[in-house]
Write a protein that binds this ligand. Structure first.
Ligand SMILES: Nc1ncnc2c1ncn2[C@@H]1O[C@H](COP(=O)(O)O)[C@@H](O)[C@H]1OP(=O)(O)O
Ligand SMILES: [Mg+2]
Ligand SMILES: [Mg+2]
Ligand SMILES: [Mg+2]
Length: 353
């Protein structure tokens, strides 16, 4: 049986796996001058840049015409002051690109021994992520390290890649190097990749590529309900979630976790809903922060909407537009959570909270 987007899936997994090895090795060797603070005050490390360079290079070899919406750009690295970081990024990216070929890899994707690139080629690869997005055509999204703050704390982060065609997410790949393979069997260790192809289901594989396991969101009894939410209070409103939780008489404490690992955990049943409501500072959510997670949850049998109950619109450009928050949950939970979110929203507007 021929699977839709079979080559894209293999390419995406190969690129994300190499980027995950890279980011793990960066964490193990992180030194303090390897992090910059961007204009929006968020951190960016050599790992973010090098991982975007690797994924973008692989995509360019496999699908040279496809545009990319990537989080990072190389402007600061091209300046003289960026040279030490630049050298380290080039070394890291080349190490990842030149790793041995493993199952599912193909040398035509610019990977394997001897496939190193020049500094200029790698900076250009990072900058190929500058596509503005839009309603029509094929485009990839890259978030090379999603949850950089979690990455710096040694907690959860994710390497995220998606393929969007005519504003519909067709493929999502989320690599989570620090996530337990199976929370019920911690001795199996950490490192998973979540993969979903629209219309063809969601699965988890190990970072090694082994043990594909289909994912299906379970039904939750009332007493089992819990929310997944950000660690960082600045990224989504904890207090709003507390109110929604109270309205639903949820007894369990929320599970706090950085990055799109939350979508992965929702897809495998570790939490009944992922709630990300705006903090009111006018932040616009980026398409690379939700496209892979949205297709993953939908293919695991769930629903992803904003607080109006509308699907996320990936055709508006690099962002999701005005921020109405995100509610992701299984089929049996979503409507209840949406209703409680709307009630909490009304209370807030009427000044009752
Ligand atoms: N002010 C903000 N509000 C919401 N999200 C933010 C904000 N600043 C950065 N982010 C992004 O939120 C996502 C992580 O949020 P969380 O881990 O809380 O779910 C990341 O994509 C992070 O970017 P980045 O990819 O640079 O880490
Ligand atoms: Mg960032
Ligand atoms: Mg992100
Ligand atoms: Mg990021």
């Amino acid at each position: 049986m021929s699977l839709a987007y079979a080559t894209e899936k293999q390419v995406a997994i190969a690129a994300v796996r190499r980027a995950c090895h890279l980011t793990s090795s960066v964490f193990n060797n992180l030194v303090t001058n390897e992090t910059l603070t961007k204009g929006d005050k968020s951190p960016v490390t050599v790992g973010d840049y090098a991982a975007q360079a690797v994924i973008s290079s692989v995509l360019w070899h496999a699908f040279p015409k496809d545009p990319i919406v990537g989080e990072e750009d190389a402007a600061e690295l091209r300046e003289e002051s960026g040279s030490a970081m630049r050298d380290r990024i080039v070394a890291l990216a080349n190490e990842a690109l030149a790793e041995e070929i493993t199952l599912g890899d193909n040398v035509d994707w610019g990977i394997g021994p001897g496939q190193e690139k020049t500094t200029e080629q790698l900076l250009d690869a990072i900058d190929r992520g500058n596509y503005p997005g839009g309603r029509t055509g094929r485009m990839w999204t890259i978030d090379p390290i999603d949850g950089t703050k979690g990455f710096l704390r040694g907690e959860q982060y994710a390497v995220c890649l998606s393929l969007i065609v005519d504003a519909q997410v067709q493929l999502g790949v989320i690599g989570c190097p620090n996530l337990l393979i199976d929370p019920a069997e911690p001795e199996l260790g950490r490192g998973v990749i979540f993969v979903a192809v629209k219309g063809h289901g969601a699965e988890q594989i190990r970072l090694s590529g082994a043990n594909p396991t289909p994912l299906r969101i379970p039904d939750f009894a009332q007493e089992e309900l819990s929310f997944l939410e950000s660690v960082e209070a600045a990224h989504s409103s904890h207090s709003f979630n507390d109110r929604v939780s109270a309205l639903l008489s949820i007894a369990r404490r929320p599970v706090r976790m950085d990055s799109q690992a939350k979508y992965g955990c929702l897809a495998r049943g570790e939490g009944a809903a992922y709630l990300r409501m705006p903090t009111g500072v006018g932040y616009r959510e980026k398409i690379w922060d939700h496209a892979p997670g949205a297709v993953l949850v939908e293919e695991a049998g769930g629903i992803v909407t904003d607080s109006r109950g509308l699907p996320l619109d990936f055709g508006l450009g690099r962002t999701l537009g005005e921020n109405f928050g995100v509610i992701a949950a299984g089929l049996g939970t979503h409507a209840r959570v949406l209703q409680a979110v709307q009630q909490a929203g009304n209370e807030q507007e009427n000044g009752k909270t």
